[in-house]
Ligand binder design. Structure first.
Ligand SMILES: O=C(O)Cc1cc(O)ccc1O
Ligand SMILES: [Fe+2]
Length: 456
């Protein structure tokens, strides 16, 4: 669906409140939007002279020759071409934001790990200084794998801009509200929502309500897309129309500013004399978006058994291997549990993929205690895990009436690669040293009686 929306440019500071922001519906649509009437060329991309004296510029998110159903690019009409934004770069240190490969000789990643919420620091932190890498997987240089991070944001970026050439960011807020002022428009984000910021897109992050904390999946590989639903058909899970992309919004502001670029795992800074968020009009299918997780329509077992968690996939970032994702983003949210004669929580298992989980709010059914909002857990490649003793006992003896799992939202970043703990995750973050004890009290129940419940 194409949509054309004119919007007034807001104040130079990106002013205006959330309700004034406008979004266009759809996932991966071919959008078009202009902030000034007539600023978007029609019928062609590169007129000899653009309206309002704008410069035309293409942002390519896939190779020029990617198959047409995967090809993504956006045409921007901007006050200055981006190349005018870049002076010489200098390398800077962003010590807590790591990239793969980051395999540390004195850190053991083999294990089941769980962390309490990372507390806010004494000093004020912004989107860049407040990023805390927990795990890395794959290789940023060959564009496979991912990193997981916690962000701790207590101050806005002011005249500071950022882009990651390495990655697309999937952002999962847990507390506080943030504004992403991007080249292509403004997204306000709060817990229960997620956002996707594409590789190469310049933006600034402002604090609306703080402190803000959340989770980030940094995807080095092919972009996130909606999973195929197979026999489920054309509806449910995440529906395309519920993804929202901002309308064009520009800043014509000449102030000394800095642009930080993440490139091949390293950070670089350059000075510019103006806001780079100067795109007046754009069209294309390479754009940021947000999605309200309360729109996710879960599908599940309606008679017996516990399906694989892939049934709850919101987004998947494919690898070259069919069915084996670089990353799946999986959501465990409110739902009814109705399966008869079934052990309802997740089963015990070992998985070739590695599972990084975060709790947005509430209680997770396999871990009624200890996995708290803002907390994370890691069940690495082929490492056994499953319900703790309380969950096992409770679910094995429960009266199996229909039961609503209410007030619960956790998620999983599941990748085909093993995840390596960062130094921060192993040594500074609030690691629960006693996590594996949660399985200690599981008893031997083998008693020589053949009866289970499956043959009743
Ligand atoms: O380990 C976990 O808690 C995540 C998970 C949930 C589930 O329902 C099935 C498998 C699985 O890995
Ligand atoms: Fe699991």
């Amino acid at each position: 669906m194409d949509q054309r929306t004119d919007s007034k440019p807001a104040s130079a500071t990106g002013g205006g409140n959330r309700s004034e922001l406008e979004y266009m519906p759809g996932f991966g649509n071919d959008f078009e939007t202009e902030a000034l009437p007539g600023s978007l060329p029609q019928g062609m991309n590169s007129p000899q002279k653009c309206a309002y004296g704008l410069y035309g510029e293409q942002l390519s998110g896939t190779a020029f020759t990617a198959p047409s159903h995967q090809n993504e690019r956006t045409w921007c009409y901007r006050i200055r071409p981006s190349v005018k934004h870049t002076n010489r770069f200098r390398k800077i240190d962003v010590p807590y934001w790591k990239s793969a490969p980051n395999i540390l000789p004195d850190v053991i990643s083999l294990g089941q790990y769980r962390w309490d919420p990372v507390p806010h620091a004494g000093e004020a932190l912004n989107w860049i200084s407040g990023m805390r890498t927990m795990t890395t997987a794959g290789d940023v240089n060959t564009q496979v794998g991912m990193a997981s991070h916690i962000y701790l944001v207590t101050k806005s970026m002011v005249d500071e801009y950022f882009f990651s050439a390495d990655s697309e960011l999937l952002i999962v807020p847990q507390e506080g509200r943030l504004r992403f002022a991007t080249e292509l428009g403004i997204i306000d984000l709060e817990p229960k929502e997620i956002a996707i910021i594409p590789r190469g897109l310049v933006y600034r992050v402002e604090l609306i309500d703080g402190p803000a904390r959340g989770f980030v999946c940094e995807n080095y590989g092919q972009k996130f897309e909606l999973p195929g639903r197979g026999p489920i058909g054309a509806n449910c899970m995440a529906n395309r129309r519920d993804f929202k992309t901002p309308v064009a919004h520009f800043e014509d502001r000449e102030t000394p500013s800095t642009l930080t670029v993440k490139w091949c795992g390293q950070f670089h800074e350059t000075s510019i004399g103006h806001s780079p968020l100067d795109v007046v009009a754009w069209h294309g299918n390479y754009a940021p978006c947000k999605y309200d997780l309360s729109n996710y329509c879960p599908i599940g077992a309606i008679l017996f058994d516990h399906p694989d968690p892939s049934i709850f996939t919101v987004l998947t970032a494919p690898s070259g291997v069919p069915g084996t994702a670089n990353i799946d983003f999986v959501l465990f949210r409110e739902r009814w549990m109705v399966a008869e004669n079934t052990f309802r929580p997740p089963w015990y298992h070992k998985n070739i993929m590695s599972e990084l989980m975060g709790n947005i709010y509430g209680q997770y059914d396999a871990k009624p205690q200890g996995f708290v909002p803002g907390g994370m857990s890691l069940h690495n490649m082929m490492l056994p895990h499953g319900p703790d003793n309380n969950a096992f006992e409770g679910a094995s003896n429960a009266d199996l009436k229909a039961e609503k799992l209410d007030n619960t939202m956790s998620f999983m970043f599941e990748t085909r690669f093993p995840q390596q703990l960062s130094e921060f995750a192993a040594k500074e973050a609030p690691l629960q040293d006693d996590y594996i004890d949660c399985w200690d009290s599981l008893e031997k129940k083998f008693d020589g009686t053949p009866e289970g419940t499956w043959n009743k």
